[in-house]
Design a protein around this ligand. Structure first.
Ligand SMILES: Nc1ncnc2c1ncn2[C@@H]1O[C@H](COP(=O)(O)OP(=O)(O)O)[C@@H](O)[C@H]1O
Ligand SMILES: [Mg+2]
Length: 212
């Protein structure tokens, strides 16, 4: 899914976060979103995710404004994982259940994802009792399992162990490459931006002139 911003501006009350952003996030590419703390990266991701509709300008998804069918084709992973107080298995299966996929498909895909993560032993455990790295891997698995067209990542890999980071990087890379999906990820990690992203967008905030 291509995401195109046209003259997008965002304020919180009197405070201008960014102004007149024009940017295209290409289909099938991983774009890194970088910028200082407070530059507006999370805010921009929330606008793209449709979680905040209080802005001016336009955001087009494959040339269309946001609609319910489009909304169902995107996913966002946050810095703090939001896992349901259910088992690991149920958390990963949830997006497929929500979309009323056949139960045989749900079981097959969820089992395959759990095997891929190597967490068979944790499948029945409550998800909110996992370690930080495990939680984020489960959050990413839940995001990718329904094969969304657009994946928005707000620093889900900060503050977790190196092995989990490298596992998640590999999952994201394979996902974008093999399925030709669009990924927009906020990162503070220069090595990660360089190695993982096809392109970097710098967000400078309103005071220094927006995206370059
Ligand atoms: N809900 C909110 N209400 C008011 N100001 C906010 C809110 N969320 C973020 N801000 C402000 O908007 C600016 C951009 O924040 P944010 O998008 O979180 O930046 P980043 O993710 O780049 O660190 C910051 O100055 C922040 O304090
Ligand atoms: Mg942020």
């Amino acid at each position: 899914m291509e995401v195109r911003l046209e003259q997008v501006s965002k304020r919180y009350g009197q405070k201008l976060v960014f102004e007149n952003l024009n940017e295209t996030f290409e289909s099938g590419k991983i774009t890194g979103l970088v910028g200082d703390n407070g530059a507006g990266k999370s805010t921009l991701l929330r606008l793209i995710a449709g979680l905040d509709t209080d802005y001016t300008g336009h955001i087009y998804y494959n040339g269309q404004p946001l609609s319910k069918p489009l909304y169902q084709q995107m996913t966002m992973v946050f810095q703090t994982p939001y896992l349901l107080k259910r088992s690991v298995y149920d958390n990963i299966a949830y997006p497929l259940q929500l979309r009323h996929r056949p139960s045989a498909e749900i079981k097959q895909k969820t089992d395959a994802m759990i095997a891929r993560l190597g967490i068979e032993k944790l499948a029945k455990q409550y998800a909110h009792k996992l370690s930080g790295g495990e939680s984020q891997k489960v959050a990413l698995a839940r995001a990718l399992i329904f094969e969304p067209e657009l994946v928005l990542l707000d620093e889900p890999m900060s503050g977790i162990d190196a092995a989990s980071v490298s596992f998640m990087e590999q999952m994201i890379q394979e996902y974008a490459r093999e399925y030709r999906k669009t990924v927009i990820m906020i990162t503070h990690n220069a090595r990660q931006a360089e190695e993982l992203c096809d392109r970097i967008v710098h967000l400078h905030g309103a005071s220094t002139g927006g995206v370059c």
